[in-house]
Write a protein that binds this ligand. Sequence first.
Ligand SMILES: NC(=O)c1ccc[n+]([C@@H]2O[C@H](COP(=O)([O-])OP(=O)(O)OC[C@H]3O[C@@H](n4cnc5c(N)ncnc54)[C@H](O)[C@@H]3O)[C@@H](O)[C@H]2O)c1
Length: 257
Amino acid sequence: MTSPSDPLAARFAGKVILITGATSGIGAAIARRCLAEGASVVCADHAEDAAVNLVEELGSRALAVRCDVTDGRSMERVLDTVRGRFGRLDGLVHNAAAPSLDGTVVDLSEEQWRRELDVSLTGAFLAAKFALPLMISGGGGSVVLIASQFAHVATGKAVAYCAAKAGLVHLAKAMAVDHAGEGIRVNSLSPGAVATPRLLQRWPDLEAADRQLGPAHLLGRIAQPDEIATATAFLLSADASFVTGTDLLVDGGYAVR
Ligand SMILES: NC(=O)c1ccc[n+]([C@@H]2O[C@H](COP(=O)([O-])OP(=O)(O)OC[C@H]3O[C@@H](n4cnc5c(N)ncnc54)[C@H](O)[C@@H]3O)[C@@H](O)[C@H]2O)c1
């Protein structure tokens, strides 16, 4: 945890950062990290109770906003709230993802395919569509799209997830081209397996997930959420002032081989 005497403590002082899918796992870790470094954080999630609980834990610089990232009107309302409350936005992290859906192109339903792409990819489009004007009016900012190691290497029975995450990596590059002149940096970040509630959809506990998934990573283990949060904070911060249009793999070496 960053202590008040830590030189990083003020890295986001006076900054406002919006995080989608912020109430669980990686998103909540990013919220905690940004707050610890001085930011005001807007936690946007469709899990309302979890958002309120998180904000009660995080304190007065955190704001919970209920949203559905697949719905443009919902995201527009989120940004209206951010504008009204803070009048500025310096960082956007699109982290929301639908629950894991297993399937090949043959057995995944059309509805499941659309849901995955809607939350990951259309969600990124809508969050950026309504966030960028506020960021640009304040002189610029940083956008981070949370992708996956499966944007780089494929895995079985996850066609929609692999396609959506690869799409996010290239969406970040395309947005970086369009908005560099307006002071906006856009990058994606690709985690390897991370110990979050998401893994409990497939494994009985995180230790079992680590035993099964850890060896596929060069470092021999899965990540803790804060290891993804610190890398995200780097991309959000002025420390990454010359970094745009790239993907940061934070995957413990998963995609090397
Ligand atoms: N955990 C991993 O092993 C891992 C690995 C690589 C990439 N990732 C990516 O990291 C991100 C976070 O993963 P996590 O493990 O913390 O996931 P998680 O499932 O714990 O959290 C996802 C969050 O997104 C929210 N969400 C889902 N649909 C939404 C919608 N329509 N509108 C608003 N919010 C919505 C959920 O309520 C939840 O808070 C995801 O994009 C995931 O694909 C995770």
